[in-house]
Design a protein around this ligand. Structure first.
Ligand code: SAM
Ligand code: 2KA
Ligand code: SF4
Ligand code: MG
Length: 242
């Protein structure tokens, strides 16, 4: 079945995955529109704020697939399903379509909505939100995501850190799931407003936060954690579609 429409904000690439476990890997992004969260520092508001929903297009799988094939020149690569919260959309048939042609799928989600098709993914990146986001983690829903994924995808935790409270939250989350690899990502404190394609970014400030974070991890002898910046932000700043 590939009947249900998927609400798409943008499809772009190939670029490199700028974050976490697949960093540096050539990737095409399918960004869906709509989110059940509203993080205070969200860097992708154009796919979250419903004021922008007239820019989101309900697309059939065939049409999305045509665009992915065009962008990739028909050569299989990794597709990152992001958003917004892509777990809201019926992505199972798209994953089936891509797998049949040798493509791989990674999903980025905050872990608030569990779907059966998580088991079909190659990589599931769970990014629970720390206190600075203003959101509260529903750990029951988060556990459901892990349960739905089962032994299907490789699963990683990616947690954005702005301050000490966020760091403590990350330590607790990692302790809760010792079987998952952990990626710590310094927050971008100058994310773009929804209507600004290329707002200025304070790279020096992010690097400063990164230094602070590396020091904390070292001081705590937290040797299982990996600390990584958003590589695409270092390269292209707040630009969209890269
Ligand atoms: C835009 S979200 C979309 C997917 C999903 N809603 C989620 O949050 O995981 C993709 C990733 O960007 C991260 N992110 C969002 N705003 C950020 C910011 N200002 N600084 C650093 N990372 C940010 C999120 O935490 C998440 O890991
Ligand atoms: N290059 C690049 N890497 C990314 N990793 C996660 C992204 C996202 O917005 O979900 C993202 C993005 O928008 N661009
Ligand atoms: S959950 Fe993700 S997309 Fe939604 S508001 Fe937070 S960072 Fe943005
Ligand atoms: Mg992003």
């Amino acid at each position: 079945m590939s009947g249900a429409l998927i609400r798409v904000s943008e499809i772009f690439g190939p670029t490199i995955q700028g974050e976490g476990i697949l960093i540096g890997l050539p990737t095409i992004f399918v960004r869906t529109g709509g989110c059940d969260y509203r993080c205070s520092w969200c860097d992708t508001l154009h796919a979250v704020d419903s004021d922008y929903r007239d820019q989101w297009r309900p697309m059939p799988v065939d049409e999305i697939w045509q665009e992915v094939k065009r962008l990739s020149g028909g050569k299989p690569l990794t597709i990152s399903l992001s958003g917004g919260n892509p777990a809201i959309q019926p992505l199972g048939p798209l994953i089936g379509r891509g797998h049949a042609e040798g493509y791989r799928f990674a999903l980025e989600t905050q872990g608030s909505l569990a779907k059966e098709w998580f088991a079909e993914l190659d990589v599931l990146v769970l990014s629970p939100k720390p206190p600075s986001s203003g959101m509260t983690t529903d750990w029951v829903a988060f556990d459901d995501c892990l349960r739905m994924a089962g032994d299907g995808p490789q699963i990683a935790l990616k947690i954005v850190i702005f301050d000490d409270l966020d760091y403590e939250y990350a330590r607790d989350a990692a302790a809760r799931y010792p079987q998952l690899s952990v990626y710590l990502q310094p927050g971008n404190h100058t994310p773009p407003p929804a209507d600004a394609e290329d707002a200025l970014v304070d790279i020096d400030g992010i690097v400063e936060r990164m230094r602070w974070l590396v020091e904390k991890v070292g001081d705590d002898r937290w040797f299982e954690a990996r600390v990584l910046p958003q590589l695409h932000v270092i390269i292209w700043g707040n630009r969209r579609g890269v």
